[in-house]
Design a protein around this ligand. Structure first.
Ligand SMILES: Nc1ncnc2c1ncn2[C@@H]1O[C@H](COP(=O)(O)OP(=O)(O)OP(=O)(O)O)[C@@H](O)[C@H]1O
Length: 308
């Protein structure tokens, strides 16, 4: 079987001040996927990514990038990954084209093989090719960072919170580009706070909390794991007393004629919930159900982990 794009084994990181940012993290990211790494603020996402990028030194454990151990083959590991950092950093006195040429030079890419113009075009920056980087808008700077991460055509592109604070239009453009890259076979790893984005974009999701991996599964399976489902029911008359039943996990009045009932789909089905309402003497006129989404899964995993 193919090696995973990234393999992490028992990775630990304790910062100089004593903060333990990663605890026994083991994780495989399969090739050819869009993998989302989610977690609350301070969970350890950037630490993990910065170790892979060679920017933070791990305390112990192993990491392999495209089959190359970051300790034994650091250069090959580094060549296999492009990282778009969270912070926008580059020399404001270079133009976007110069920035890409310099980066390509650092990777020892011969002039004839450089693809600065194609990358600028892909990121819609052609007309800014010769402008000073300091004159670019925030969104353009971010696109330039993506282009910079791709100069050496790595098989893996890692984006750390690329759409934080970015407007909707630019976010859409960035994801279009990420999808295009993915379609050409590039493995994508991204961290995001936007659960909807992860749900829409990622094949697989890892959740990290307090430096520990608490989930790592295909997105659909992860979402299917949440057992709580809700049904909103409208009745033909005002509800006097809110009914009770053992199969309701929770019941709330939405308005005088509408109730929202939470139930566990591993214990009962919506039909049984409705039957319990009818038995309470209420006439049903409308019903809608809502399936759990990633936010529900995320909150339940993170709060369960915090409780232990
Ligand atoms: N250089 C550092 N020195 C000491 N502690 C650090 C350092 N960098 C990060 N930390 C701490 O390590 C923990 C993990 O931080 P990290 O930045 O990896 O989290 P994160 O999940 O990326 O959070 P965010 O989403 O807010 O960026 C935090 O408690 C943070 O304060």
């Amino acid at each position: 079987m193919d090696q995973p794009a990234i393999r992490i084994e028992s990775l630990e990181k304790t910062y100089a001040g004593g903060k333990q940012a990663l605890r026994d993290v083991s994780l495989d990211i399969p090739r050819g996927q869009i993998f989302g790494l989610l977690g609350p603020n301070g969970a350890g996402k950037s630490t993990l990514i910065n170790i892979l990028a060679g920017l933070v030194v791990k305390t112990s454990g192993k990491a392999m990038i495209w089959g190359f151990d970051i300790d034994e083959h650091p250069r090959s590991a580094k060549r296999s990954i492009g990282v778009v950092p969270q912070e926008i950093i580059f020399d404001p006195f270079f133009t976007p084209r110069e920035t890409l040429e310099i980066q390509a030079g650092l990777y020892g890419i011969a002039r004839a093989q450089r693809q600065s113009d194609a990358l600028l075009a892909a990121m819609h920056l052609t007309d800014k090719a010769h402008a000073y980087a300091r004159t670019l808008s925030g969104g353009m700077k971010r696109r330039l960072l993506v282009a910079k991460a791709m100069v050496h055509s790595p098989p893996i592109l890692v984006l750390d919170e690329p759409t934080a604070g970015v407007d909707v239009e630019l976010r859409r453009q960035l994801w279009d580009y990420v999808r295009q890259l993915h379609a050409t076979g590039v493995t994508i790893v991204l961290t995001t706070h936007y659960l909807e984005e992860a749900e829409e974009l990622c094949d697989r999701i890892g959740i990290i909390n307090h430096g520990r991996i608490v989930a790592n599964e295909p997105t659909r399976e992860l979402i299917a794991k949440t057992q709580e489902k809700s049904v909103v029911v409208t009745f033909d008359r005002d509800i006097g007393e809110v009914p009770t039943n053992a199969c309701f996990e929770n019941i709330e009045l939405v308005d005088e004629r509408t109730l929202q009932i939470m139930f566990r789909k591993d214990r009962v089905n919506a039909g049984e919930v409705l039957a319990a309402l009818t038995a309470a003497g209420l006439g049903i006129v409308d019903v809608s159900t809502r399936d759990p989404d990633l936010e529900d899964v995320f909150l339940s995993l993170v709060s369960a982990d915090t409780a232990t």
